[in-house]
Design a protein around this ligand. Structure first.
Ligand SMILES: Cc1cc2nc3c(=O)[nH]c(=O)nc-3n(C[C@H](O)[C@H](O)[C@H](O)COP(=O)(O)O)c2cc1C
Length: 182
């Protein structure tokens, strides 16, 4: 396979679950946010908003709310100096209609693309991240004072890695993809 800087980046990214306490520079976070802002979306609906929690007291209060009870399995994320809430809104009518006809949740696809742009831009700058889908959604919405129709779909923990875990297994190329046949 030819050398690819992008492949190197994709291969180096990990879900980091141990963070150094060092704060993350806003300049770096801004690069991640810009990468997410540039993400494509169905009908160009751009149905998400990224809320960055980097103020320690605010972030800690938020983490207490969203990682309690059954969600305490993800408490490790509270040690990250930054938590990003990826919030979806109801989106454009055309995207909603497409969703009904195609039985595909375009809004969630859009959120996923934008969030992964963020995560890869973070990895490119030496930052560790972890997608968090297991958190108290209602408690999070309450903590942020979100109006009806807006939902935190995922959180992204961000910080400098204390430890970088080894790669997780992936499907083989044969299992994963094929040319000209299913
Ligand atoms: C949508 C999504 C939700 C995830 N939610 C969690 C989570 O709640 N807690 C967690 O520790 N990791 C979570 N992860 C991270 C995955 O466990 C991780 O990506 C996977 O095990 C592969 O490991 P890697 O990211 O290091 O390659 C999530 C990842 C994605 C894409």
């Amino acid at each position: 396979m030819p050398e690819s800087r992008f492949l190197q980046l994709a291969a180096a990214r990990r879900s980091v679950r141990k963070y150094r306490p060092d704060p993350v520079e806003r300049e770096k976070l801004d690069v991640c946010l810009e990468a997410a802002r540039l993400a494509p979306s169905a009908c160009n609906a751009q149905p998400c908003r990224f809320v960055v929690l980097d103020e320690p007291a605010l972030k800690n209060k938020f983490c207490e709310a969203v990682f309690s009870g059954v969600y305490s399995a993800c408490k490790f994320a509270a040690a990250a100096p930054v938590i990003v809430a990826v919030i979806s809104d109801t989106g454009k009518l055309t995207a909603w209609l497409g969703n009904q006809v195609q039985d595909t949740n375009f809004r969630l696809i859009d959120v996923g693309i934008a969030a992964e742009h963020f995560v890869l831009a973070a990895a490119d700058q030496g930052l560790g991240t972890c997608w968090i889908g297991w958190f108290g959604q209602r408690a999070g919405a309450k903590a942020l004072g979100l109006p009806r129709g807006k939902k935190i779909q995922v959180l992204i923990a961000v910080g400098y890695p204390e430890t970088v875990p080894p790669p997780r297994p992936r499907k083989t190329k044969e299992e994963f993809c094929s040319y000209n046949k299913p």
